[in-house]
Design a protein around this ligand. Structure first.
Ligand code: PLP
Length: 367
């Protein structure tokens, strides 16, 4: 039996329209987009249409580079710190995804100073701490748009102003917000991922503001303007482009639907406490806790619902959640937290059924 899927922050199902758009590029249109003959040129044209579809959701004054994942896009983006002469500090919000946080910590072993910026109980970066941390040594700051574990929306525009005043660059991990929320116009580098927007896995993109130089991570044939070598997959590019286009077209509809699912869930889980901000939050994320619940047992008793343990770092590494810890939650509270993620293809009935199953299992434990 297929479980009710409430883990849309981990990944989203492929939109049917995306699959249809991809299939021809996996069948007859097999040309290498970097070949000069007709099959190659046809594939290259499809890649450029896809690039434009992604770029349509991003600021005007930059370019989109396709990558294999958002993690790769973030690693590529952070290389910009190397080109900031005399600046050797990287600061990232403590609740960033491992793709940003761990890469920043790795830079800390490579001659950079890494600073982790604290958040308040809501998960919002403490702006006074950011201000105090910024200086003439700051090369790059990482601030995510929507947190993948608790859904908190960071004030990225405000952060960008502060970062630019200090002469540093702002990298925005927009993976969980792209296609859903307005993209901050003043970030310098923006990372996104195909599989979080009902597109395929194995593709991401980095938007780079004009004038920013990036040292390549992958060397070779010089594709993607020499910044990211390797033959592009037209199918994956078309998938990402189509997914972005559909997100833009359905944005209102998706938001209304997801808000309705979230409202329903908030009612069903009224005995639980919400982790993170109630108002500065992407509605499709509900991270909640209930004292005394053993989440491992809850999950095994609720196999009909696919959801996440809030205590497990959502990067899938099995590490405890650094995000819930950064909010100041006690270990027992972290261990009794779950994350429900609603998406375009969930129905109200599914949320009702999932709420019933999870609450029933919780009550059994507590009785
Ligand atoms: N950043 C955030 C906020 C994410 O949620 C994820 C995926 O979970 C990533 C980065 C990494 O994305 P990808 O799976 O494309 O590497």
């Amino acid at each position: 039996m297929t479980p009710i899927y409430l883990d849309n922050q981990a990944t989203t199902p492929l939109a049917p329209e995306v699959l249809d758009a991809m299939l021809p590029w996996l069948k007859d249109n097999f040309g290498n987009p970097h070949s000069p003959h007709v099959l190659g040129r046809r594939a290259a044209a499809a890649v450029e249409v896809a690039r434009d579809q992604v770029a349509a959701l991003l600021p005007d004054n930059g370019q989109v580079i396709f990558t294999g994942s958002a993690t790769e896009a973030i690693n590529l983006a952070m290389g910009a710190a190397r080109n900031r002469q005399g600046r050797d500090q990287i600061a990232v919000i403590d609740t960033e995804h491992a793709a940003v946080r761990d890469t920043a910590l790795w830079y800390g072993t490579q001659g950079f100073e890494t600073s982790l910026l604290p958040v308040d109980r809501q998960g919002l970066v403490v702006l006074e701490e950011l201000e105090a941390c910024l200086g003439e040594k700051t090369a790059l700051v990482g601030a995510m748009l929507v947190n993948n574990e608790i859904g908190t929306i960071q004030p990225v525009t405000r952060i960008a102003e502060m970062v630019h005043r200090a002469g540093a660059l702002l990298l925005c991990d927009a993976v969980q917000g792209f296609g859903r929320l307005d993209i901050p116009q003043h970030a310098d580098l923006i990372a996104l991922s195909g599989h979080k927007i009902y597109g395929p896995k194995g593709i991401g993109a980095l938007w780079v503001r004009d004038g920013i130089r990036l040292p390549p991570l992958i060397h070779g044939g010089g594709q993607e303007q020499g910044i990211r070598s390797g033959t592009l997959s037209p199918a994956l590019c078309v998938g990402l482009g189509t997914a972005a286009k559909i997100c833009a077209e359905r944005r209102e509809q998706d938001m209304v639907h997801i808000a309705a699912l979230a409202d329903k869930a908030r009612g069903l889980f009224c005995d639980w406490t919400v982790n993170g901000s109630l108002d500065q939050r992407y509605a499709g994320n509900l991270n909640i806790r209930r004292d005394g619940i053993d989440v491992a047992r809850l999950m095994s008793d609720t196999r009909g619902v696919a959801f996440s343990a809030g205590s497990a770092c959502a990067s899938g590494s099995g590490r405890p959640s650094h995000v819930l810890a950064a909010l100041g939650l006690e270990p027992a509270q972290i261990k009794s937290s779950i994350r429900l993620g609603f998406g375009r293809y969930n129905s109200i009935e599914e949320v009702e059924r999932a709420g019933h199953l999870i609450n029933q299992a919780a009550e059994t434990q507590l009785s």
